[in-house]
Design a protein around this ligand. Structure first.
Ligand SMILES: Nc1ncnc2c1ncn2[C@@H]1O[C@H](COP(=O)(O)OP(=O)(O)OP(=O)(O)O)[C@@H](O)[C@H]1O
Ligand SMILES: [Mg+2]
Length: 229
C-alpha cells in the first residue's frame, strides 16, 4: 500500500451564528494515501467544502489536526511557511476561484510558479499547454474578468495543476460545465494522477464523477463514512 500523504485526526468545525454555534464537522478521521483518488460525497450543506478547506489548511479546525506525510502538523506552521507549503504541495479548485481578474488566463496559471521562484520562460509554456488541455487555447490572453464562469473554472483547474502538486483538492470542479467540457477537465485531473501521482480529493454531487475515482466517502451529520465500493 502506498504511503500516507495527509491524515486528518478528530477534525471538528463549528461556526458561530446568531443563534449559537453550529457543529458542522464533529470528529473526522481520514487518511489520504499518495496517489489516491477520493470522492467526498454528501448532501448540500453537510460540510464537504468545509472539510476541503480544513484539509488544505485554508481554515483552522475548532479541534483536531492535519498531518502531512506523517511528519508536518500543518496547524503549527507559521503564516509564511504555510503559504510556501500550500503553494508547493497543494492545488485548489474551489467554488469561488480566487483568480486575479485583471490578469489574463496564462498569467493566472503561471502565478503559483512565479510565486515559487520559477522563471517566466519555464512557466509560460507549461501554462499554455494546460490551458490547451482544458480547451482554452482561444482565450489565453483574455483577462479573467472577461471569461465565462465555466472558462474561469477551467483556468482554476489549470492553475491548480501547474506545479504538479502532491494533492489536488477540488470542490465540484466540473459543476458548471457541459458534459463534454466536464469530461475534458476530469480527464486532465486523472491524467495528472496517473502521470505524476497527484492525489485527488474531489467533493461532488455527481455519482458518475465519483464512479471514476477509486474511493468514496460520505459525510452525514458531521461524521464521515467509507462508502462501499
Ligand atoms: N463561515 C461560515 N459561517 C457560518 N456557517 C457556515 C460557514 N461556512 C459554512 N457554514 C455552514 O456550514 C454548513 C456546511 O457548509 P459547506 O459549504 O461545507 O457544505 P457543502 O457540503 O459543501 O454543501 P454544498 O454541497 O451545497 O456545496 C452549511 O450549513 C453552511 O451554512
Ligand atoms: Mg460545497
Amino acid at each position: 500500500m502506498s504511503s500516507e500523504l495527509l491524515r486528518a485526526e478528530g477534525l471538528c468545525k463549528s461556526f458561530p451564528t446568531g443563534e449559537g454555534s453550529i457543529d458542522v464537522l464533529r470528529g473526522i478521521d481520514l487518511v489520504i494515501r499518495e496517489g489516491e483518488r477520493l470522492a467526498v460525497l454528501g448532501r448540500s450543506g453537510v460540510g464537504k467544502s468545509t472539510l476541503l478547506h480544513l484539509l488544505g489548511s485554508l481554515d483552522r479546525p475548532t479541534a483536531g489536526r492535519v498531518i502531512f506525510r506523517d511528519s508536518v502538523d500543518v496547524s503549527t506552521l507559521a503564516a509564511a511557511a504555510l503559504a510556501r507549503f500550500r503553494n508547493a504541495s497543494l492545488g485548489f479548485v474551489f467554488q469561488f476561484h480566487h483568480l486575479l481578474p485583471e490578469f489574463d488566463a496564462v498569467e493566472n496559471v503561471m502565478m503559483p510558479g512565479l510565486i515559487g521562484g520559477l522563471g517566466f520562460s519555464e512557466m509560460r509554456p507549461r501554462a499554455v499547454r494546460l490551458l490547451q488541455e482544458v480547451g482554452l487555447e482561444h482565450r489565453l490572453t483574455h483577462t479573467v474578468g472577461k471569461l465565462s464562469g465555466g472558462e474561469r473554472q477551467r483556468v482554476a483547474v489549470a492553475r491548480a495543476l501547474v506545479l504538479e502538486p502532491a494533492l489536488l483538492l477540488a470542490d465540484e470542479p466540473t459543476g458548471n460545465l457541459d458534459p463534454k467540457t466536464g469530461e475534458q477537465v476530469l480527464e486532465l485531473m486523472l491524467e495528472m494522477n496517473r502521470a505524476h501521482g497527484t492525489a485527488l480529493v474531489i467533493a461532488t454531487h455527481s455519482p458518475e464523477l465519483a464512479g471514476r475515482l477509486n474511493r468514496r466517502v460520505v459525510i452525514a451529520e458531521g461524521t464521515l463514512e467509507e462508502a462501499l465500493p
